[in-house]
Write a protein that binds this ligand. Sequence first.
Ligand SMILES: CC(C)(COP(=O)(O)OP(=O)(O)OC[C@H]1O[C@@H](n2cnc3c(N)ncnc32)[C@H](O)[C@@H]1OP(=O)(O)O)[C@@H](O)C(=O)NCCC(=O)NCCS
Length: 108
Amino acid sequence: MVLARNDSIVGLLTLSSIVRGAFQNAHLGYWISHAFQGAGIMTAAVGAAVNIAAVDLGLHRLEAATLVHNTASQRVLEKNGFEAYGMARAYLRIAGQWQDHRMYQRIL
Ligand SMILES: CC(C)(COP(=O)(O)OP(=O)(O)OC[C@H]1O[C@@H](n2cnc3c(N)ncnc32)[C@H](O)[C@@H]1OP(=O)(O)O)[C@@H](O)C(=O)NCCC(=O)NCCS
């Protein structure tokens, strides 16, 4: 899902690693340009992505991973009904370092 303003892309949401069968799960990722942060846009956009995942794709579960200190991203998820379910050690390589992540899920 692309967030656009005039002719510019200012944000992106992805539903990736979609697994069907008994799992019916996808991974949710997102970013928005610094100029548009703090206005509630990603909270609304994640809500729309959740709806696409549930209604259009018929998925059962979404998961998302945030850096431990990424409070803004955690708030976006919590406001959309995601629950934190654990910590994943050295989960993603960000800025050259394997970093711990707080894991979130939403059962749809
Ligand atoms: C995380 C990100 C997607 C949030 O998008 P956004 O459009 O600014 O989010 P919203 O405005 O909908 O909501 C942000 C929430 O975080 C809070 N917040 C913002 N900055 C914060 C900070 N530094 N510390 C604590 N809370 C913060 C806001 O107050 C708001 O919560 P509230 O409604 O309870 O007040 C955006 O900052 C971003 O793209 N960051 C870079 C990429 C990234 O981190 N992606 C997520 C990877 S998991």
